[in-house]
Design a protein around this ligand. Structure first.
Ligand SMILES: C[S@@+](CC[C@H](N)C(=O)[O-])C[C@H]1O[C@@H](n2cnc3c(N)ncnc32)[C@H](O)[C@@H]1O
Length: 189
């Protein structure tokens, strides 16, 4: 049987797999439990580099252990700093950026990404993105901060010049619950 339509996180991975090549420089803007970081580290291969940001030490430590276990730590730099400051930590040109917004599952829900810092980080990330590079943002609209992020991000992304960026909004529109959505911003080459 053919598979179901992809949920947003799975979709974000499939877009990045399609768009990035081995040796790519990528950012995981929200490390969390490290599932996305591990995925990105595998995707870019031994010649690639991943920078991972999170404000919580729990996220950084969990992810460090996970990457050490899968022998991927060498290609990843974990930074315990808000992603809105990424421009101060990365001078390299970046091929791909992933945001998986919201709070760390199983931890304090109050420690969540916020509309102001997310917008700052997205703008800083786009400045670092190479032509042909791609940013994917997974947004959870089931909580207040996520709803605000979705509104602000959509407004911002819709305003991006189509000559410079292609923007795609991926969301299910007939569900009872509010499944996560994805925003893809591709810098045209
Ligand atoms: C949904 S989780 C990320 C899930 C993760 N990518 C994974 O694979 O498990 C969101 C993460 O964003 C982090 N976060 C919140 N504000 C942040 C900020 N300003 N900069 C970087 N990370 C932030 C939270 O601490 C949390 O770990």
């Amino acid at each position: 049987m053919k598979q179901d339509l992809k949920q947003a996180v799975e979709f974000s991975h499939s877009i990045l797999t399609e768009q990035l090549q081995a040796g790519a420089n990528v950012i995981d803007a929200t490390v969390g439990n490290g599932n996305d970081t591990e995925f990105l580290a595998e995707l870019v291969g031994a010649e690639g580099q991943v920078w991972g940001f999170d404000i919580q030490s729990q996220a950084i430590e969990t992810t460090k252990d996970k990457l050490a276990e899968s022998e991927l730590l060498e290609r990843v730099t974990l930074i315990q700093v808000g992603h809105q400051k990424l421009g101060q930590y990365i001078s390299a040109e970046i091929d791909g950026i992933l945001f998986n917004l919201g709070y760390l599952p199983g931890a304090d829900k109050e420690v969540t990404t916020t509309v102001e810092t997310t917008l700052q980080a997205v703008k800083a990330g786009l400045e670092r993105l190479v032509e042909g590079g791609v940013m994917v943002i997974v947004i959870y609209t089931g909580h207040q901060a996520g709803k605000e992020e979705a509104e602000a991000l959509l407004e911002y992304a819709q305003g991006l010049n189509y000559k410079e960026y292609n923007v795609l909004h991926y969301h299910f529109i007939n569900q009872a619950s509010k499944p996560p959505e994805a925003l893809v911003i591709k810098k045209r080459g």
